[in-house]
Design a protein around this ligand. Sequence first.
Ligand code: PMP
Length: 345
Amino acid sequence: MKNIRQVEPYVPGEQPKDTDVIKLNTNENPYPPSPKVVNKKLDLEKLRIYSDPEVTKLVNALARYHGLSDDQVFVGVGSDDVLAMSFMTFFNSDKPILFPDITYSFYDVWAELFRIPYETKALNDDFEIVPEDYFGENGGVVFPNPNAPTCVYMPLDNVKRILDNNRDVVVIVDEAYVDYAEESALSLLEEYDNLLIVRTFSKSRSMAGMRIGYAMGNPELIHALNNVKFSFNSYTMNYLSIELGVCSVEDDEYFKAMIEKVKNTREWFTNELTRLGFTYPKTSTNFVFATHERISAKELFEAAKKEKIYLRYFNKPRIDNYLRITIGTDDQMKKLISFFEKKLK
Ligand code: PMP
């Protein structure tokens, strides 16, 4: 058949059908969403009408939460949707966009899909982004901070240097994991009109299945994003997502408590990994990127799966001896440590 678009899709982490697995492969939160979300009574008769195309309630809740105005916030169907829209909206140049060689593996897929030229810049040997690599002429810049799957955080001073050297193009900072990290780039928003910050409800807000993501930037960028969205699909956000998203934002106490819980487990777990001879970059996320010199990551990944413990393994240059391990509950991490102990005996 003629004229069929051939693309190589992004491959998400496995979602096993079995329910009795320890699932540490897609960076979900091991704790449920806020009780305000779980116990919310919704008027499902409202599904009869279209949802609010402007997503007013959720945009407003997020704007208030972050101390912004409504015209600085854009909401979409998970940050994947927001990022894809952002690629379409802001990366329109013959010059290549720039992102790290080891990073979220959706970036090159979108670049290919939207026919955006791109160039990757190598992380250094400590898996850090080298800011100077992003100073040359380009069509835009995108990176996660903290980066994934490496879990490494780039201090804001360096983010600032990248923004300073790219005043005429959009720099997207994907903050999917920032709630587990040192500092958000949000404080730079006022100073930099070329900064777009993208966040998700999938990790720290325990709502991966609800599909909510959002972007924050100056009103001109947000307006441009909305124009692209309304050229595509007016009703991306359904009624349930809007209502339950607001409930999550309104329960800050629970949100912060769950982040602390994951961070405490992370502290215990990383110490245990060290005791067992693993090495890993300092993690600023709800996952660890670990390697062991005596046993290959692939072997560990496959053996763990047989024991119904799902981890993430990337068969890619530079990282094919690393495992990405999501922080689960204390009990799940204890079981994983026992498994490692047995394997390393
Ligand atoms: N950015 C990064 C760096 C991620 O790891 C993920 C999770 N796969 C996303 C964005 C997308 O998350 P979601 O679409 O669930 O908001």
